[in-house]
Ligand binder design. Structure first.
Ligand SMILES: Cc1ncc(COP(=O)(O)O)c(C=O)c1O
Length: 530
């Protein structure tokens, strides 16, 4: 009922109402300011689709050029009266979407998270409408387990490894390390989830590991400083001898070794640690072996690098982020463990009065009965979206072969960029690619501070917006770092990236540093026009 109609209706009813009707009528009248549209959605989706199509052509001005404008438009006081769905749609379409992120732009290769493909967006939306929880006997929930099993099979994890979804690599690492902590203290006769811990612990990894490992250690009560950086080679890969030395030393001290964290694709360079040697040491010393494959696990599909994953089957836990190479909408990570009962002991909320009897585990026949898999006790989330349907949709749409093609294409593109950089006198490869990342930089005779030169080149490229790589430090050298992962990102972007680095390099070198000595002495403190 439209608001004015409902007020008229309430007024007419009031005239004839007895006392018992009054509270109902008042409730109706108050409700009439609740303008939430809960009706048919198809026309709104059509409109939204048009706005999104326009955005995905990436023809609009870059958001960074006009923040003052959209901030002014959006910066409103709390609306006392809602604007209604039509006006809201207009605001989403005209102000929000055009000023979104460049991340889905095919030329954007800076983040490892990427623009979602349509299948994932649509499955995400279907879940939001039809299964807004990861609970119960629903088709969506069925896909939770099926899609985890599909990924395990595609990425060659042993069949006994079972998974759980979470919001991304950060939480996936936390969940895996929570399992490690549980297991290692259970070996020593205690229950860390129940009792907490007071012992000094170590987690072994390399300097190149993702900082979410340190945060997980902090959250789990081990402390950030429990994360020990084991020495690595010039490619950033862990040196097993150095690991063994540290494990021996800790065995003599009174330190609990909680986990070894190996990388299957570091964030900076895509390096893959020697998994078999590390896994064997983990077995030998009785330490949990975790593999962070948030970015790089799908790389196993590329026959040119598959051998680098040798030993993956020794892992006690492995993570992968579907919101990276698989092209899922952001908010999906997965942890696989060799025994999910460890996760249950580590993360259970235990029985609660408020849920008692709500979900029947036996005789499941209704969507409000239990699916039988307590995902809500395998990690840190109770309420969670149906992520499995998204991953299922992505794999169902293009199949393993489609994903393999994407991964091989991106890895080949990184190798191509390296070849081009080797062939150009002003480019230098800083790290040969392992997967789809190539670290290289612009060099110039008159510049001593190449880190600064490449920073300037990078900023210039970002603001131009055709090729948007990131930068990273590799063995203390600042490199331009494209990471090819987006489904929309293809050979054209590899070509353009090289062109853009060379063009920006020539411009910056010529414009910013007309007098080399001046530049060498002062460049870090000077603001540069360009
Ligand atoms: C290797 C690795 N692990 C963990 C993470 C954290 O993942 P998320 O950003 O999904 O939390 C990242 C993010 O890029 C990563 O590259």
């Amino acid at each position: 009922m439209a608001p004015t109609e409902s007020i008229k209706h309430a007024a007419a009813s009031l005239a004839t109402a007895d006392k018992n009707d009054l509270s109902y009528i008042l409730r109706e009248t108050t409700m009439s300011t609740d303008k939430a549209d809960c009706g048919d959605i198809s026309l709104l989706l059509k409109k939204m689709g048009e706005y999104l199509d326009r955005y995905q052509r990436f023809e609009h001005d870059d958001a960074m050029q006009q923040p003052a404008h959209w901030r002014d438009v959006l910066n409103q006081p709390v609306p006392q009266q809602g604007v209604g769905i039509e006006k809201l749609m207009e605001e989403i379409g005209m102000t929000l979407i055009p000023n979104g992120s460049q991340i889905p732009n095919p030329g954007c290769t800076s983040f490892i998270t990427t623009g979602a493909t349509n299948a994932g967006v649509l499955a995400n939306m279907a879940g939001a409408v039809a299964a807004p929880q990861r609970l119960g006997l629903t088709a969506f929930n069925y896909l939770e387990e099926l899609s985890l099993d599909w990924m395990a099979e595609m990425f060659e994890l042993p069949s006994h490894m079972k998974g759980v979804y979470s919001s991304g690599g950060s939480v996936a690492n936390l969940v895996a390390l929570g399992a490690a902590r549980q297991w290692v203290f259970e070996q020593r006769g205690s229950d860390p989830a129940r009792d907490g811990i007071s012992h000094r612990c170590h987690i072994y990894t390399t300097r190149a590991c993702h900082r979410t490992v340190h945060r997980a250690a902090a959250v789990l009560g081990l402390g950030r400083d429990s994360v020990i950086a084991i020495a690595s080679d010039s490619m950033g890969r862990m040196l097993p001898n150095a690991l063994m030395k540290q494990l021996d030393q800790d065995q003599r001290g009174d330190i609990v070794p909680v986990a070894i964290v190996a990388n299957a694709g570091t964030t900076g360079t895509g390096a893959i640690d020697p998994l078999r040697l590390i896994g064997q040491l983990a077995r030998q010393y009785g330490v949990w072996f975790h593999v962070d494959g948030a970015y790089g696990l799908p790389g196993i599909l590329d026959p040119k690098v598959r051998h680098l994953y040798d030993g993956l089957e020794l892992a006690d836990s492995v993570i992968v982020d579907p919101h990276k190479w698989l092209g899922a909408p952001v908010g999906i990570g997965a942890t696989f463990v060799r025994d999910r009962s460890i996760l249950h002991r580590a993360f259970t909320q235990q029985a609660s009065d408020y849920l008692e009897g709500s979900f029947a585990d036996t005789k499941a026949e209704h969507s409000m009965d239990s699916s039988g898999v307590p995902y809500y006790d395998f990690g840190v989330e109770l309420s969670a979206p149906s992520r499995g349907a998204v991953v299922w949709a992505l794999i169902r749409e293009i199949g393993k072969e489609g994903l393999k093609e994407r991964i091989c294409r991106h890895n080949d593109m990184a190798r191509y960029v390296a070849e081009q950089a080797h062939a150009h006198s002003n480019l230098e490869v800083v790290q040969e690619p392992t997967l789809s990342i190539c670290c290289f930089r612009y060099v110039h005779d008159e510049w001593l501070d190449l880190d600064y030169l490449n920073q300037l080149i990078h900023r210039k490229m970002v603001h131009k917006g055709r090729s948007i790589p990131s930068t990273t430090l590799v063995n203390n050298k600042l490199a331009i770092r494209p990471c090819f992962v987006g489904a929309r990102t293809s050979w054209q972007q590899a070509e353009e990236l090289i062109e853009e680095v060379i063009a920006a390099g020539e411009q910056v070198a010529a414009k910013v540093c007309p007098v080399p000595q001046y530049c060498l002495l002062k460049n870090k403190n000077n603001k540069v026009a360009g």
